[in-house]
Write a protein that binds this ligand. Structure first.
Ligand code: ADP
Ligand code: MG
Length: 734
């Protein structure tokens, strides 16, 4: 018995393989390191550089490679030319296959590979990429979630080339694959993916915002783009430790685990020196990302031990969404090479900070003007203030939909927990903007440091805002200088969806704002007066969604309720929004979601939620049976032997007996609670809504009770009897 115990423990102790892999940082052949710009986007097809594509086709491509012209496609003839150039480029670099790369509703990406192999008329093997292969694919869609929107016999799905996102090469151990970013639609034309509605929302926002800008006097605006920069948080865990934790492998999070006395109290990890082994990983990661044309910019330690962050330079939303999907995959792949596992789950360790993905969002026009930039000129300030008031209105109107957009089983552990923005969606503007809007609403001048503000020194606005925003880290939706930061997004989420909801909410308000401003001007108001009127109109009705206090506090929950702000606590609650036509009219009326696409999403997300929660709870029960109880019983046996030995020697063993009793009690509680969880799993209703609600409201708390008992046991059982890696092993050993 002792031998097996020791070997179990030995497995845990042996688990850290801390070899630092060293990548070959590329050099110029004489040993000098290359500059990033020397290999940046090396794995991306740039039609501009191709000498196989004639100028007229390049002009056409240029027009289509902006996501606001989504849905446009090349003529067959031109597509043939491009396909040939792309194929040649890819094969020259060692690609053997190509794939349509798309984002089904699973939230991750999917790809089906085809080789370039073909046969000539004389039956000789040749390699080529034809136009039809480039333009359209037909993956069997039946195995992707479709939320019951199609029956199996018509389960064909089509992938269609998205010209606005460049083709790229993915490197594998044994060759490269050409990836063609595509949209994924059903036989009936319904979107089966995240990208299609996202592109529609980008187009809608472009139209609405361009019109608005023109009406308010910025006549050189021809297009408005939605921009997005995603700060990505993740954990790195030693692979050998990871493998010994079935919960991490099966569910992406530890279902229990006792906190060490240290953890993050010392806050010494945040921005601390990156450990050497982790740095080696980050260097290879950046190298891979840069070669893929992903503009990775910032890397650092995050708050929790073992937690890190990566932020790229912002891009057009569609590209940023694709790049974030790719980035998550590359994190996992590179981590693996360094004997780490990259964990993207929102809450891998209870009691330790979770991971989010701050979605930094702004709008800019073809002249390079950021619509959320406070600017230096007074008229820009009015435009800016009006634009921000439109954002506030958009959030206020659609706060439930925005909450829905970030709903996931993983994120439920973050939202409302004591470290992440709450599930109540509010907007933080910062003190300066709050005061300016208050002054406007009260019809007074805003006076910063003895200066009349709106009339005179308007150029200071930009300066003032820099100092005033981003002080509050507890807001789920914060203005930070010249962009909004949607902080409640989960770390593992595809950002295309929250970005879609944001764009759609904004374009609806901008369409309305255009009509309002036009009507004010018809009444004889100047542009500035009309903008002020618009600001008064929106801030007057929506100011109560603005909150500058501590979003983590319990007072805010009470206050928000008083203000009538919704608080959708669980994923099933939040997903209910998709079934409420009043709450989704801004999506359907603008054609962002069509037909039964929302219902499809509801069904897929609910099924997903239930499935993932059920896997968690089943895993928990089986770990209790296979690992935790057995460790407790081993300890009981050891204690019993000590007590018996003591007795036979005539010794008093009150301490051992006391421990024995306590262990026994925990084991009983653990057994009872896990049996109860098991029975509750068995008794789950067939109906998806009832099932999801039971999982969220009954089984989740029950599972936490089981976890508490596991933790109590972990704290009592001697280290050599505990087979599962502890938080200490996973978070502190590198
Ligand atoms: P923080 O203070 O949050 O770290 P940063 O300036 O470092 O702010 O930016 C964080 C993220 O926001 C980066 O990904 C960055 O590219 C992005 N970002 C910066 N400006 C904009 C903008 N105008 N629109 C969208 N994203 C932006
Ligand atoms: Mg940030």
């Amino acid at each position: 018995m002792t031998a097996t115990m020791n070997s179990r423990n030995a497995a845990r102790m042996k688990a850290t393989d801390r070899t630092i892999r060293r990548i070959n940082i590329p050099t110029d052949g004489e040993g000098k390191s290359l500059k990033i710009s020397d290999y940046y986007a090396e794995n991306v097809f740039d039609y501009r550089k191709s000498d196989m594509i004639p100028q007229e086709v390049k002009i056409e491509l240029k027009a289509y490679t902006a996501s606001h012209s989504a849905g446009k496609s090349l003529s067959k003839e031109h597509a043939e030319v491009v396909a040939k150039a792309v194929g040649t480029w890819a094969m020259r670099r060692g690609a053997t296959h190509f794939c349509h790369w798309f984002q089904p509703l699973t939230g991750s990406t999917a790809e089906k590979h085809d080789s370039f192999l073909s046969f000539s008329k004389d039956d000789l093997p040749i390699v080529k990429l034809g136009a039809s292969a480039l333009l359209q694919g037909e993956p069997d869609a039946s195995s992707f979630p479709n939320g019951g929107s199609r029956s199996t016999f018509e389960a064909r799905g089509y992938t269609s080339w998205d010209l606005s996102s460049p083709l790229f090469l993915r490197e594998g151990e044994n060759g490269k694959t050409l990836c063609i970013p595509t949209a994924f639609i059903s036989y009936t034309g319904d979107a089966l993916d995240i990208k299609t509605p996202h592109l529609r929302s980008i187009t809608a926002l472009d139209k609405a915002a361009t019109k608005f800008m023109k009406v308010i006097g910025k006549t050189d605006t021809e297009h408005v783009y939605s921009n997005c920069g995603c700060e990505q948080e993740y954990f790195l865990i030693d692979k050998a430790m990871y493998i010994l934790r079935p919960d991490l492998v099966m569910t992406g999070r530890t279902l229990f685990g006792s906190l060490t006395s240290r953890n993050q109290q010392l806050s010494d990890h945040y921005f601390g020196t990156v450990p050497e082994r982790v740095l080696a990983f980050m260097q290879e990661l950046d190298y891979k990302l840069h070669r893929l044309g992903i503009p990775s910019k910032t890397r650092h330690n995050e708050v929790a031990p073992g937690q890190y962050e990566l932020a790229p330079i912002f891009e057009d939303s569609n590209l940023a969404a694709d790049h974030n999907q790719l980035l998550m995959a590359v994190i996992k792949k590179v981590a693996e090479k360094h004997n780490f596992v990259g964990i993207l789950h929102e809450k891998p360790f209870a009691g330790v900070n979770g991971s989010g993905k701050h979605l930094n969002w702004s709008m800019s026009d073809n002249t390079g003007h950021n619509l959320l930039e406070p600017g230096q000129n007074p008229q820009d300030n009015y435009r800016f203030l009006a634009m921000v008031s439109c954002v506030v209105e958009a959030v206020k109107r659609n706060s439930k939909a925005l909450r829905m957009a970030i709903a996931s089983h993983g994120n439920d552990h973050r939202l409302g927990a004591n470290e992440a923005p709450p599930s109540i969606i509010s907007v933080y503007l910062g003190e300066t903007l709050d005061k300016i809007y208050d002054a406007i609403l009260e019809g007074k001048d805003f006076v910063p440091s003895n200066d009349k503000f709106l009339e005179s020194g308007a150029g200071q606005l930009a300066h003032l805002l820099k100092d005033n925003t981003d002080r509050n880290r507890t807001s789920p939706f914060a203005f930070t200088g010249n962009k909004f930061e949607f902080r409640a997004v989960g770390s593992s989420q595809a950002v295309g969806f929250p970005s879609t909801i944001l764009n759609a909410a904004m374009s609806e308000v901008l369409n309305e704002a255009t009509v309002l401003v036009e009507s004010y001007m018809k009444d004889g108001k100047s542009t500035d007066e009309a903008l002020l009127e618009l600001i008064r109109h929106y801030m007057g009705r929506s100011n109560d969604v603005v909150f500058g206090g501590d979003g983590y506090s319990s007072e805010w929950v009470v206050e928000a309720k008083k203000r009538g702000l919704p608080n959708l606590r669980t994923t099933p609650d939040a997903l209910g929004v998709l079934k409420d036509s009043k709450l989704t009219s801004f999506l359907t009326e603008q054609g962002i979601f069509r037909g039964d696409e929302l219902e499809t999403r509801y069904n897929v997300a609910m099924e997903n939620y239930c499935m993932l929660r059920e896997i968690e709870f089943q895993t928990l029960v089986s770990m209790v049976n296979q690992n935790v109880l057995s460790a407790g019983l081993d300890y009981k046996l050891r204690l019993a032997q000590i007590i018996t030995a003591g007795k036979s020697n005539g010794l008093e063993s009150s301490v051992e007996t006391d421990i024995y009793k306590r262990i026994n009690m925990i084991i009983e509680n653990l057994y009872d609670s896990s049996r109860e969880l098991d029975r509750a799993l068995e008794a789950l209703d067939e109906d998806i809504e009832k099932r999801a609600n039971a999982l969220a409201n009954n089984l989740l708390p029950l599972s936490e009770k089981v976890a508490d008992n596991c933790n109590a046991l972990e704290e009592m059982v001697p280290d050599d009897l505990w087979q599962l890696p502890k938080y200490y092993d996973m978070l502190f050993l590198r």
